[in-house]
Design a protein around this ligand. Structure first.
Ligand code: PEP
Ligand code: MN
Length: 293
């Protein structure tokens, strides 16, 4: 490992990789994240209706997704935008799990909602805006569910792992890290996908690392290529937004894939999953070879 990283990250001892520690496996329902499988989580940005979610759940399951995403509590940038269905949305997510067998990931925004969301979710999502909400992180330490921690949009990797350490210190080592793009001066995309974050986090941390190409791109045409890049650099999976009619979506329609677009994305990943296997092999030991005298 790069010695600089060792000094920088080793203080986060509950989430850092020590020489002898293997990567952790995180279990969301019956799905294992961090093992050999590339785990795709997909669904709408927001749960809008039973029909919208159940249709999407069927479509993403048929294309190979293992976990259904959908926000019931939405941290919207504008106070005038759709804020989510709340408890009604959680109940719709539960119904989708019963009908499809998919595990559920959904966002929790406040420590006051943790117990309620934990009744419905297999994986508790912490959004980019909440990465440094320490009251929430501390409460998630005792929620009894694994946590999907998204990188703050202006957070360094050190700050990201510091937040993971807070959850772990409070009793919960079942954490998945999610790179979702960071703010830079670039405006052609919504955020800048920090693809190097994946190999760095895999090197310094024992936690699984997934990529959200949707919130990084902000436009649907870039989502498949960023998803392929994530697989090629060795990510453990993806979080992708999919909607039955993206142009009518109440949230994040521009970056949401259609059902067809999602299934094409999944097909296009196949060769990159073979590259991922190569990328994830343990690095070969450097063997000293004799040089010329
Ligand atoms: C989301 O996943 O819909 C979301 C709000 O993501 P982020 O917190 O990364 O913006
Ligand atoms: Mn979204």
């Amino acid at each position: 490992m790069n010695p600089k990283w060792n000094g920088q990250f080793s203080c986060f001892d509950l989430v850092a990789k020590t020489d002898d520690s293997m990567g952790s496996i995180v279990r969301a329902g019956s799905v294992e994240i961090g093992g050999d499988d590339f785990v795709v989580m997909a669904g709408p940005c927001a749960v809008e209706s039973e029909r919208q979610l159940l249709q999407t759940a069927e479509a993403v399951a048929a294309a190979g997704a293992r976990i259904l995403r959908g926000g019931a509590y939405k941290p919207r940038s504008s106070p005038y935008a759709f804020q989510g269905l709340g408890l009604e949305g959680l109940k719709i997510l539960r119904k989708a799990r019963e009908q499809t067998g998919l595990a559920i990931v959904t966002e929790v925004m406040s420590e006051q909602d943790v117990d309620l969301v934990a009744e419905y979710a297999d994986l508790m999502q912490v959004g980019t805006r909440s990465m440094e909400n320490y009251a929430l992180l501390e409460r998630l330490g005792t929620c009894g569910r694994p946590v999907l921690l998204k990188r703050g949009m202006t957070a360094t990797l050190e700050e990201f792992l510091r937040s993971a350490q807070v959850i772990a210190m409070n009793g919960n080592p079942q954490i998945v890290l999610c790179e979702r793009g960071i703010r830079t001066f670039e405006t052609a995309t919504r955020n800048t996908l920090d693809i190097a974050a994946v190999p760095v986090l895999k090197a310094v941390s024992r936690l699984p690392v997934i990529v959200d190409p949707s919130h990084a791109a902000g436009v649907r045409c870039l989502v498949p290529v960023l998803a392929r890049a994530a697989a090629a650099v060795g990510a453990d999976g993806l979080l992708v937004e999919v909607h039955p009619s993206p142009d009518q979506a109440l949230s994040d329609g521009a970056q949401s894939l259609t059902f067809r677009g999602f299934s094409d994305m999944m097909d296009g990943l196949q060769p990159y999953l073979a590259i991922r296997d190569l990328e994830r092999r343990p690095a070969p030991q450097l063997v000293a070879v004799g040089g010329r005298d």
